[in-house]
Design a protein around this ligand. Sequence first.
Ligand SMILES: [Ca+2]
Ligand SMILES: [Ca+2]
Length: 215
Amino acid sequence: MPIYADVAGTKKLLQVKQDSIALNKGEINLNINAMFPTDDLDVDKLYGIEFEVKYNSEELSAKEVLKGDVFTATNSYKVKAEILKDNTGKESGVIKFAYAFKGRDINGISTGNVAKVKFITNKMGVSIINVDNLSVGNYLGNELAVKVSKENIITANPDVNNDGVVNIKDYAYCAYSFGADKNDIRYRLNADVNRDGKIDDIDVNYIIENFNYKF
Ligand SMILES: [Ca+2]
Ligand SMILES: [Ca+2]
């Protein structure tokens, strides 16, 4: 029987989620959550899970992996996470996770934050992160079928005039292009902070939220 949770209409076992918009060359946090319907799990029996988080190592650098809330709160869970390198010692764009967990009976669903990955962004725009090579084994040694999600990570740069600080000049630069889309003569790529092809409130808000930030 497949084990996956039906959360907000989508069936997911593992979910990766961005915490907040990142500054250019700044930090970005990625949450990795696991969700299981307890109907499909035997309470207090152990399950093992392995998976990989794949990212583009030209666009993102993995800085560190922090244990999630669930794993620091209970002995039921152990987690191992490793940022893999290729044979030249360069980051390969893969983080491998392995952990064990016990089936629980809480509100019909076992859920928790497995880990948080801190990335440094190397480029502006959108980067895609995938969960791959997932395998789940139960206490009888059987493999269980599972589903995963992928996430688009937005790496934004609110210093649109490129002078090392986010302030009213960036606001003015962005405001000039406000309302423009890609076909508009007022469209300027730098003003499109999240690189979605239009300049709107989202872009202006990135600037306001990061006011006085220095690179
Ligand atoms: Ca600036
Ligand atoms: Ca935009």
